[in-house]
Design a protein around this ligand. Structure first.
Ligand code: FMN
Length: 366
C-alpha cells in the first residue's frame, strides 16, 4: 500500500498543494464571546495545522453578520476587528506555506433569540423548528420564514463577508451549504415549505444556494469560491425525499455554470458524531461523477487510515479530516509516514482555552 493518492499534488484555485489532506471546518468556540474576534490562540492553532506547507486548511464556520447565529465563542467576519484578527491567522498559515479558506456561516433556525441582536427571532426557509433541545441544552425555537424581499439582503451579507475574508488574507471562501444551516434549510424538502420561487420544486429549493454562489463568484472570483454540501445528512432533523435528484441537480448546475470553482466539498453520508465511522447504504459517487473537478470528501476517515489512503488512490479526492486533525496538528506528516495518531478528547471540542486546542503534541513531542 502506498500513500500516493493522498500525497499527490493538486491545484486548488491558483494554488498548487503538495498533498490532499485537508483540515475540515471545525467549530471550536474560542473567539471573544462579545466581539467574535479571533485571537492569538487561533493564530497558534491554525499555524500548527499549516504544518510543513503545501496543505489546504478550512476555517471553522464563521458568522457572516451579527444576525447569522453568534454562538458563544464563534468567530465573525463582519467587523474591522474581526478582519484584523483573521489577518494574523492567514499570515501564520501563509508563513508556513499552506493556504486557508474561510467558511461562511449563517445558521438560520439553529440559534436562539438570546444570541441575536435585539433578541430577534431566528429565521429559516419556513417556520419549522428543530425538534427537542440543541447541543447547549436549550429548547429549539420556532423560526420565522424569511420574507422574499429579505433574501437579497442575505445574499448581500454573504458577498460582504466573502470580500471581508479576502481582505483578511484568505485564499478563498467556502460557502457552508451543509449540516442543516440556512442554505441547507432551503435545500431539504422537510424544512422548506415555501410556495414562492425559493420553495417547492428542486429547482426552487436549490435557488438560494446557486444565487449565493453566483454572487460570491462575482464578488471575489470563481477560483476563490467553494461550497460545502451534505446530501443524506439527518443532523439537526434534516430530511430530503429525493437526495440523489436534489443534490444531483444542484451539482449539475454548479458544474454547468461554475466549473472553475476552487472545489466542491461534500460530507460522507456515513458520518456520525459518535466515535466511529458509522455506515450508510448511500455514497457520494453520483455527485463526484457529475463534478469531476477538485472534490473534497469528509467523514470518518481518521478512524480508518488505510481506507482513507485507498479511497484517495481510487478517486483522486482530497480528504478533509476533522476529529483527528483536532488531535494531531501534524496529521499530514503522520499519515505520510504512517505514524500512530493521538486520540481526541471530545470534552474539549467546544469552548475553553488552550487545553484540547493548541496543546496536542506533535509526533516528536509525544
Ligand atoms: C467539533 C466539531 C466541529 C465541527 N464544526 C464544523 C463546522 O464549523 N463546519 C462544518 O461544515 N462542519 C463542522 N464539523 C464537521 C466536520 O467538518 C467533519 O465533516 C466531520 O467531523 C467529519 O470528519 P471526521 O470524521 O474526520 O471528524 C464539525 C465536526 C466536529 C467534530
Amino acid at each position: 500500500m502506498s500513500s500516493k493518492g493522498l500525497f499527490q499534488p493538486i491545484r486548488i484555485g491558483n494554488h498548487d498543494l503538495k498533498h490532499r489532506v485537508v483540515l475540515a471546518p471545525l467549530t471550536r468556540l474560542r473567539a471573544d464571546p462579545d466581539t467574535h474576534v479571533p485571537n492569538d490562540k487561533h493564530v497558534q492553532y491554525y499555524g500548527q495545522r499549516a504544518g510543513n506547507g503545501g496543505g489546504l486548511l478550512i476555517t471553522e464556520a464563521t458568522n457572516i453578520s451579527p444576525m447569522a447565529g453568534r454562538y458563544p465563542g464563534s468567530p465573525g467576519i463582519w467587523s474591522k476587528e474581526q478582519i484584523e484578527g483573521w489577518k494574523k491567522v492567514t499570515k501564520a498559515v501563509h508563513d508556513r506555506g499552506s493556504i486557508i479558506f474561510l467558511q461562511l456561516w449563517h445558521v438560520g433556525r439553529a440559534t436562539h433569540a438570546a444570541w441575536l441582536p435585539n433578541n430577534a427571532q431566528p429565521v429559516s426557509a419556513s417556520a419549522i423548528s428543530i425538534s427537542g433541545d440543541d447541543t447547549f441544552g436549550l429548547a429549539n425555537e420556532v423560526p420565522r420564514a424569511l420574507e422574499i424581499d429579505e433574501i437579497q439582503d442575505l445574499i448581500n451579507d454573504y458577498v460582504q463577508a466573502a470580500k471581508n475574508g479576502i481582505e483578511a488574507g484568505f485564499d478563498g471562501v467556502e460557502i457552508h451549504g451543509a449540516n442543516g444551516y440556512i442554505i441547507d434549510q432551503f435545500i431539504n424538502s422537510n424544512t422548506n415549505q415555501r410556495t414562492d420561487r425559493y420553495g417547492g420544486s428542486i429547482e426552487n429549493r436549490a435557488r438560494l444556494a446557486l444565487e449565493i454562489t453566483d454572487a460570491v463568484v462575482k464578488a471575489v472570483g470563481i477560483d476563490k469560491t467553494a461550497i460545502r454540501l451534505s446530501p443524506f445528512s439527518d443532523f439537526q432533523d434534516m430530511y430530503d425525499e429525493t437526495p440523489n435528484d436534489t443534490w444531483g441537480y444542484l451539482v449539475q448546475q454548479l458544474k454547468a455554470n461554475y466549473p472553475g470553482l476552487a472545489y466542491l466539498h461534500m460530507v460522507e453520508p456515513r458520518f456520525t458524531f459518535e466515535d466511529s465511522a458509522g455506515s450508510s447504504e448511500h455514497n457520494l459517487d453520483h455527485f463526484r461523477n457529475i463534478w469531476k473537478s477538485p472534490f473534497i470528501i469528509a467523514g470518518g476517515f481518521g478512524h480508518d487510515v488505510t481506507g482513507a489512503v485507498e479511497h484517495a488512490e481510487k478517486t483522486g479526492d482530497l480528504i478533509a479530516f476533522g476529529r483527528f486533525f483536532i488531535a494531531n496538528p501534524d496529521l499530514p506528516s503522520r499519515l505520510q509516514q504512517k505514524l500512530p495518531l493521538n486520540a481526541y478528547n471530545r470534552a474539549t471540542f467546544y469552548g475553553g482555552g488552550a487545553e484540547g486546542y493548541t496543546d496536542y503534541p506533535l509526533y516528536e513531542e509525544a
